[in-house]
Design a protein around this ligand. Structure first.
Ligand SMILES: O=P(O)(O)OC[C@H]1O[C@H](OP(=O)(O)OP(=O)(O)O)[C@H](O)[C@@H]1O
Ligand SMILES: Nc1nc2[nH]cnc2c(=O)[nH]1
Ligand SMILES: [Mg+2]
Length: 160
Protein backbone atom coordinates (compact mmCIF):
# COMPACT_ATOMS: atom_id res chain seq x y z
CA UNK A 1 0.00 0.00 0.00
CA UNK A 2 1.32 3.46 -0.91
CA UNK A 3 2.15 5.96 1.85
CA UNK A 4 1.45 9.03 -0.32
CA UNK A 5 -0.90 9.93 -3.12
CA UNK A 6 -0.32 12.37 -5.95
CA UNK A 7 -3.41 13.55 -7.81
CA UNK A 8 -2.94 14.40 -11.47
CA UNK A 9 -5.64 16.64 -12.97
CA UNK A 10 -6.75 16.56 -16.60
CA UNK A 11 -5.00 19.90 -17.19
CA UNK A 12 -1.74 18.66 -15.70
CA UNK A 13 -1.89 15.43 -17.65
CA UNK A 14 -2.51 17.34 -20.88
CA UNK A 15 0.45 19.65 -20.18
CA UNK A 16 2.73 16.71 -19.34
CA UNK A 17 1.67 14.82 -22.48
CA UNK A 18 2.35 17.90 -24.63
CA UNK A 19 5.76 18.28 -23.01
CA UNK A 20 6.55 14.65 -23.80
CA UNK A 21 5.41 15.20 -27.40
CA UNK A 22 7.78 18.14 -27.68
CA UNK A 23 10.80 16.08 -26.65
CA UNK A 24 9.67 13.21 -28.90
CA UNK A 25 9.49 15.23 -32.12
CA UNK A 26 13.28 15.32 -32.69
CA UNK A 27 13.33 11.52 -32.10
CA UNK A 28 10.80 10.90 -34.92
CA UNK A 29 9.14 10.66 -37.31
CA UNK A 30 7.47 7.48 -36.10
CA UNK A 31 5.67 4.88 -38.23
CA UNK A 32 3.09 4.59 -35.48
CA UNK A 33 2.38 4.54 -31.77
CA UNK A 34 1.78 1.49 -29.59
CA UNK A 35 -0.39 2.48 -26.61
CA UNK A 36 -0.08 0.28 -23.53
CA UNK A 37 -3.72 -0.16 -22.55
CA UNK A 38 -5.42 1.01 -20.70
CA UNK A 39 -3.35 3.72 -18.98
CA UNK A 40 -1.41 4.63 -22.11
CA UNK A 41 -4.51 5.26 -24.25
CA UNK A 42 -5.24 8.88 -23.32
CA UNK A 43 -1.56 9.98 -23.25
CA UNK A 44 -1.11 8.24 -26.63
CA UNK A 45 -4.10 10.08 -28.12
CA UNK A 46 -2.76 13.47 -26.97
CA UNK A 47 0.75 12.70 -28.22
CA UNK A 48 -0.51 11.31 -31.55
CA UNK A 49 -2.30 14.59 -32.19
CA UNK A 50 0.79 16.66 -31.35
CA UNK A 51 3.28 14.64 -33.39
CA UNK A 52 0.79 14.17 -36.25
CA UNK A 53 0.73 10.38 -36.14
CA UNK A 54 -2.41 8.49 -37.16
CA UNK A 55 -1.42 4.85 -36.89
CA UNK A 56 -2.18 3.61 -33.37
CA UNK A 57 -1.68 0.00 -32.28
CA UNK A 58 -2.20 -1.35 -28.76
CA UNK A 59 -0.68 -3.89 -26.43
CA UNK A 60 -2.87 -4.83 -23.51
CA UNK A 61 -1.08 -5.73 -20.29
CA UNK A 62 -2.88 -6.31 -17.00
CA UNK A 63 -0.67 -6.18 -13.92
CA UNK A 64 -2.56 -4.36 -11.16
CA UNK A 65 -5.95 -4.76 -9.51
CA UNK A 66 -6.34 -1.30 -7.99
CA UNK A 67 -3.10 -0.95 -5.93
CA UNK A 68 -2.34 -4.67 -5.72
CA UNK A 69 0.39 -5.85 -8.09
CA UNK A 70 -0.36 -9.23 -9.65
CA UNK A 71 1.25 -11.42 -12.26
CA UNK A 72 1.37 -9.51 -15.57
CA UNK A 73 -0.74 -10.93 -18.39
CA UNK A 74 -0.64 -9.86 -22.04
CA UNK A 75 -4.24 -9.87 -23.29
CA UNK A 76 -3.44 -8.53 -26.77
CA UNK A 77 -0.17 -8.43 -28.72
CA UNK A 78 0.75 -5.42 -30.92
CA UNK A 79 0.64 -7.36 -34.21
CA UNK A 80 0.80 -4.31 -36.52
CA UNK A 81 4.06 -3.07 -34.98
CA UNK A 82 6.31 -6.05 -35.85
CA UNK A 83 9.49 -5.90 -33.78
CA UNK A 84 8.78 -2.24 -32.98
CA UNK A 85 11.20 -0.70 -35.46
CA UNK A 86 10.16 2.92 -36.08
CA UNK A 87 7.38 2.69 -33.48
CA UNK A 88 6.86 4.68 -30.30
CA UNK A 89 5.47 2.96 -27.18
CA UNK A 90 3.42 5.16 -24.83
CA UNK A 91 2.32 4.32 -21.30
CA UNK A 92 1.06 6.54 -18.50
CA UNK A 93 3.73 5.48 -16.01
CA UNK A 94 6.36 2.98 -14.99
CA UNK A 95 6.38 1.82 -11.38
CA UNK A 96 8.24 -1.48 -10.78
CA UNK A 97 9.07 -1.61 -14.49
CA UNK A 98 7.54 -5.08 -14.92
CA UNK A 99 4.98 -3.94 -17.51
CA UNK A 100 7.60 -2.01 -19.48
CA UNK A 101 9.90 -5.02 -19.49
CA UNK A 102 7.19 -7.24 -20.99
CA UNK A 103 6.24 -4.60 -23.55
CA UNK A 104 9.90 -4.24 -24.57
CA UNK A 105 10.19 -8.01 -25.05
CA UNK A 106 7.38 -7.76 -27.64
CA UNK A 107 8.79 -4.63 -29.31
CA UNK A 108 12.58 -4.68 -28.82
CA UNK A 109 13.25 -1.99 -31.45
CA UNK A 110 10.66 0.57 -30.34
CA UNK A 111 11.24 3.71 -28.29
CA UNK A 112 9.52 3.58 -24.87
CA UNK A 113 8.15 6.84 -23.46
CA UNK A 114 5.84 7.58 -20.55
CA UNK A 115 4.64 10.56 -18.57
CA UNK A 116 5.62 9.54 -15.03
CA UNK A 117 8.41 7.29 -13.78
CA UNK A 118 9.22 5.87 -10.35
CA UNK A 119 12.88 5.04 -9.58
CA UNK A 120 12.54 1.23 -10.02
CA UNK A 121 11.01 1.55 -13.48
CA UNK A 122 13.03 4.54 -14.71
CA UNK A 123 15.86 2.50 -16.31
CA UNK A 124 13.26 0.71 -18.48
CA UNK A 125 12.19 3.96 -20.21
CA UNK A 126 13.85 5.92 -23.00
CA UNK A 127 12.00 9.13 -22.11
CA UNK A 128 9.68 10.36 -19.37
CA UNK A 129 8.51 13.74 -18.09
CA UNK A 130 8.17 13.66 -14.28
CA UNK A 131 9.84 11.48 -11.67
CA UNK A 132 7.60 10.33 -8.80
CA UNK A 133 8.83 8.84 -5.50
CA UNK A 134 8.57 5.05 -5.33
CA UNK A 135 6.16 5.06 -2.37
CA UNK A 136 3.75 7.55 -4.01
CA UNK A 137 0.64 6.25 -5.76
CA UNK A 138 -0.35 8.40 -8.74
CA UNK A 139 -4.09 9.04 -9.00
CA UNK A 140 -5.04 9.66 -12.62
CA UNK A 141 -8.00 11.84 -13.61
CA UNK A 142 -9.90 8.84 -15.03
CA UNK A 143 -9.67 7.10 -11.62
CA UNK A 144 -10.84 10.00 -9.45
CA UNK A 145 -13.71 12.45 -8.86
CA UNK A 146 -13.94 15.69 -6.84
CA UNK A 147 -15.50 15.06 -3.43
CA UNK A 148 -17.06 17.32 -0.81
CA UNK A 149 -14.87 17.76 2.28
CA UNK A 150 -16.09 19.53 5.44
CA UNK A 151 -14.56 22.95 6.40
CA UNK A 152 -11.48 22.74 8.62
CA UNK A 153 -13.35 24.53 11.47
CA UNK A 154 -15.81 21.62 11.70
CA UNK A 155 -13.19 18.93 11.76
CA UNK A 156 -12.90 18.83 15.58
CA UNK A 157 -16.58 18.04 16.10
CA UNK A 158 -19.90 19.88 16.61
CA UNK A 159 -18.55 22.46 19.15
CA UNK A 160 -15.96 23.94 16.78
O1 LIG B 1 5.80 -0.62 -13.80
P1 LIG B 1 4.68 -1.47 -13.29
O2 LIG B 1 4.85 -1.83 -11.83
O3 LIG B 1 4.45 -2.69 -14.13
O4 LIG B 1 3.36 -0.59 -13.32
C1 LIG B 1 3.03 0.26 -14.39
C2 LIG B 1 1.77 -0.19 -15.09
O5 LIG B 1 0.70 -0.29 -14.15
C3 LIG B 1 -0.45 0.37 -14.65
O6 LIG B 1 -1.20 -0.47 -15.47
P2 LIG B 1 -2.31 -1.48 -14.87
O7 LIG B 1 -1.73 -2.87 -14.79
O8 LIG B 1 -2.86 -0.90 -13.61
O9 LIG B 1 -3.42 -1.57 -15.97
P3 LIG B 1 -4.25 -0.40 -16.70
O10 LIG B 1 -3.27 0.40 -17.51
O11 LIG B 1 -5.24 -1.13 -17.54
O12 LIG B 1 -4.93 0.43 -15.64
C4 LIG B 1 0.15 1.50 -15.48
O13 LIG B 1 -0.79 1.93 -16.46
C5 LIG B 1 1.35 0.84 -16.13
O14 LIG B 1 1.01 0.21 -17.33
N1 LIG C 1 -2.92 4.64 -11.07
C1 LIG C 1 -1.75 4.05 -10.84
N2 LIG C 1 -1.49 2.85 -11.38
C2 LIG C 1 -0.28 2.30 -11.11
N3 LIG C 1 0.22 1.12 -11.49
C3 LIG C 1 1.43 1.01 -10.94
N4 LIG C 1 1.75 2.09 -10.20
C4 LIG C 1 0.68 2.91 -10.30
C5 LIG C 1 0.40 4.21 -9.73
O1 LIG C 1 1.18 4.85 -9.01
N5 LIG C 1 -0.84 4.72 -10.05
MG1 LIG D 1 -1.20 0.15 -17.66
Amino acid sequence: MATNYATVTWDQLHRDARQLAEILIPRGPFKGIVAVTRGGLIPAAIIAREIDCRLIETISVVTYDEEAQGHPEVLKAPAAAGDGEGFLIIDDLVDSGVTAQIVRQHLPKALFACLYAKPSGKPLTDLFVVEVPQETWVLFPWDTAPLFIPPLARKGGPAA
